[in-house]
Ligand binder design. Sequence first.
Ligand SMILES: C[S@@+](CC[C@H](N)C(=O)[O-])C[C@H]1O[C@@H](n2cnc3c(N)ncnc32)[C@H](O)[C@@H]1O
Length: 358
Amino acid sequence: MTREEGKRPQFGGRVLGEGEDVFKHNAWDNVEWDEGQEEAAAAAIKEAADIRVSEDAAEGYEKKADEYWDTFYGIHQNRFFKDRNWLFTEFPDLAPKYRGAPVRVYTKNTKDPDLALAEESAENKEENSDEVEGNKCDAELDILDRSKVEELRTGEEWFGENSHYRVLEVGCGTGSTVYPILEVNTEPGLMVYCCDLSKTAVNLVKEHKEFSQKRCFSFVCDVTKDWSEAPFKPESLDIVTLIFVLSAIHPEKMRNIANQIFKYMKPGGQVFFRDYGRYDMAQLRFKKGRCIQDNFYVRGDGTRCYFFTQEEITDIFTSQGFNQTQNIVDRRLQVNRGKKLKMYRVWIQAKFVKPISS
Ligand SMILES: C[S@@+](CC[C@H](N)C(=O)[O-])C[C@H]1O[C@@H](n2cnc3c(N)ncnc32)[C@H](O)[C@@H]1O
């Protein structure tokens, strides 16, 4: 399904018209790919996959995934904090009472060629400023009542037991999704859990000035393994977010993660997913020798990346019992106006719900 068929109003307002100057704006929505373009992308990917990573090396990347991500965050610290205004337009249930609330725009100052260009479609500052200006609402006046938060925590047997709305961010990195949620959703009854494979990332999340407010719990967890250290209980989560994290995990382990999420989610709870799509520019940039298996690559720093089709995402979650409520492909053309570069981005966004009676 394309975005147009999915009738999504959130992104997608800027469409490149015939004969229009492509360098007039930073980004264009709903970019159509012709057959030739898709064929050329498939051919380039096939050629780059001619020489693959050896089995031994691939095993090493899997075994030491935590070390590679630790090194990554050790070097880059929290410079990957993203401008995430789109979180609430795309996933309004992250802050249901605060739809359209303005979000502070975090500074993006990384120069890393891969991740800086990767991932975010709506991080275009032009768009974000429109969004923020246009959507001011009463939430701006809300101030978190910290005494109510203290009250909620009193006598809890597990952290978040008395919370009314529990969100888990899987693979939280340095908190690009977590902190906007805590900032916008000022409900005292909100609890945001976040976990990551990397200790360094989890420590960076804890250093954030908003952390001490007792509405957030951050912990180290390899979600491909044991979830027993998680603070929450089965059937306790309302929302689970997977934002550019499943792509970092071996494809064979993805279904099991969906299975664990299903276990810990309340009936009626939702999964919000956004990640790389097949033929995204980041995939086309991988050279020979980087492919581990079809559509799964290792970067120079040892971190890995998978590129999904919509069907694969449907399969991962519906095979574990979820119902799909959204699955769209977001194709954008990002433009570097100074360098006259055109970058074709492909992201998949999907939502799933755990049936009330399963
Ligand atoms: C591309 S980053 C995305 C971070 C964050 N979700 C964001 O959007 O900024 C992928 C994250 O997934 C984490 N990760 C990779 N494998 C994981 C695993 N098996 N369990 C938990 N986290 C993992 C990495 O440490 C990294 O922080």
